[in-house]
Design a protein around this ligand. Structure first.
Ligand code: SAH
Length: 223
């Protein structure tokens, strides 16, 4: 858990809305209390909402954060995080930093978080936001998530928060033996959540879960 003082812009009213949001996610079937507790600590309304939407930050919806991108729906964040089976101290690579909300949730769960964003403007904003909110240990990178972060591999877990057309091979090879990659996979308007556990190229376990709608994972950097 990250130790914070009182955060500017976070109030008891927001804490109340957050508890209600988390209860809603629990009612939708998320059972990992560590995930729910982490989400109860992250002030979602401070994660780059366009002003027209900030009042709705604790609704269980995705919202625009600029540059044509979105902060994921809280239920989706909870669902992906639960699938990661995180242990404190795990080294985790996130592809698609976006607002930084998911990275903050991972950090609150005690993970060592590395995160990559391909849109330069979002990368600069999120770096500043996470530092301001006290998430000093999250390491942000501007780059193409299809390449991963070979210099920092291997990872215990990799989480892709954009719709991948196929499982990126380079990412599988940046997992530890027994490491897991969670990814919404598919080219159409809906993607199927999948979890891969990597042992060797000859032994990869695949599990298939529910469908979701993500923005696409795109090649190369923007900006
Ligand atoms: N995890 C984010 C939600 C992100 S939306 C959050 O908590 O707010 C998906 C993000 O993935 C977008 O910001 C998009 O720009 C980024 N993205 C898409 N393709 C990418 C790639 N190849 N590498 C890194 N980031 C990518």
């Amino acid at each position: 858990m990250v130790q914070h003082g009182a955060r500017a812009g976070d109030t008891p009213r927001h804490a109340g809305l957050r508890r209600r949001m988390v209860q809603g996610i629990r009612n939708k079937g998320i059972t990992d209390e560590r995930v729910l507790e982490a989400m109860n600590r992250v002030p979602r309304h401070l994660f780059g909402f366009e002003s027209a939407f900030v009042e709705r930050a604790y609704e269980d919806s995705a919202f625009p954060i600029g540059e044509g991108q979105t902060i994921s729906q809280p239920f989706t964040v909870a669902y992906q995080t639960q699938l990661l089976c995180l242990e404190p101290g795990h080294k985790v690579l996130e592809i698609g930093t976006g607002s930084g909300y998911q990275a903050a949730v991972l950090c609150e769960m005690g993970a060592r978080v590395f995160t990559i964003e391909r849109v330069r403007a979002l990368y600069f904003k999120v770096k500043e936001r996470l530092a301001q909110l006290g998430y000093h240990t999250i390491r942000c990178f501007y780059g193409d998530g299809f390449d991963g972060l070979p210099a920092f591999a291997p990872f215990d877990r990799i989480l892709i928060t954009a719709a991948a057309p196929t499982v990126p091979d380079k990412l599988l090879h940046q997992l530890k033996n027994g490491g897991m990659l969670v990814v919404p996979l598919g080219k159409g308007s809906l993607q199927i959540m999948r979890r891969y556990t990597y042992y060797s190229d000859a032994e990869i376990k695949e599990e298939v879960f529910d469908s979701f709608r993500f923005v696409p994972m795109l090649p190369g950097k923007q900006g």
